[in-house]
Design a binder for this molecule. Structure first.
Ligand SMILES: [Mg+2]
Length: 177
């Protein structure tokens, strides 16, 4: 049932966010954009996944940041406008925005949420065709079950695009010290 509801409202969500992205990217007047995933890219999401059952609002509010990625991004791409691109439920939009505010990214920014990881490609494609793109995204899942899996079909498409892509391994390296 939930899948059906999601499928029904998904086109509206995509329409809303692509429009938002169009307006934002025009307004920024930049040649290059930074696209940042949130979970397991700049937020330490999977290690405390058990807390999710206690309540999603508290869970998302209290996620620890992955400072390795955040500092790297601020040092190297601090002057680029940011598109936060996260595969989270739309009901978590507010709590996600608040969490991001606490991380003090100073550049102009928007938050886009998707219903499934594959939908990220829509927004990446839009940006790639018009601007330079630097993209950080682990595109992985299943960490809590002790074997990391990847969204291989999405990764394959990303690699075909003209983006500077920081993947799971690069993100791991930035945070292992
Ligand atoms: Mg992620």
């Amino acid at each position: 049932m939930r899948a059906i509801i999601k499928a029904l409202y998904n086109p509206f969500i995509k329409f809303f966010f692509i429009n938002k992205l169009r307006i934002f990217s025009r307004k920024c007047n930049a040649k290059q954009f930074l696209v940042l995933d949130i979970d397991n890219t700049i937020a330490d999401t999977w290690t405390n996944l058990n807390d999710f059952k206690k309540g999603r609002f508290a869970y998302f509010s209290n996620l620890e940041p992955l400072e390795g990625t955040i500092q790297y991004v601020k040092n190297h791409y601090g002057d680029l406008p940011i598109v936060f691109l996260s595969n989270r439920n739309i009901v978590d939009y507010g709590v996600t925005k608040n969490w991001l505010k606490k991380r003090s990214f100073n550049a102009p920014q928007i938050l886009i949420l998707t219903n499934n990881p594959h939908d990220k490609l829509v927004y990446l494609k839009y940006l790639c065709e018009r601007f330079g793109v630097v993209y950080f995204d682990d595109l992985s899942y299943n960490h809590e079950k002790e074997s990391v899996l990847f969204y291989d079909d999405v990764i394959k498409e990303v690699k075909k695009m003209n983006v500077k892509y920081y993947d799971y391994d690069s993100i791991l390296k930035l945070n292992n010290h």
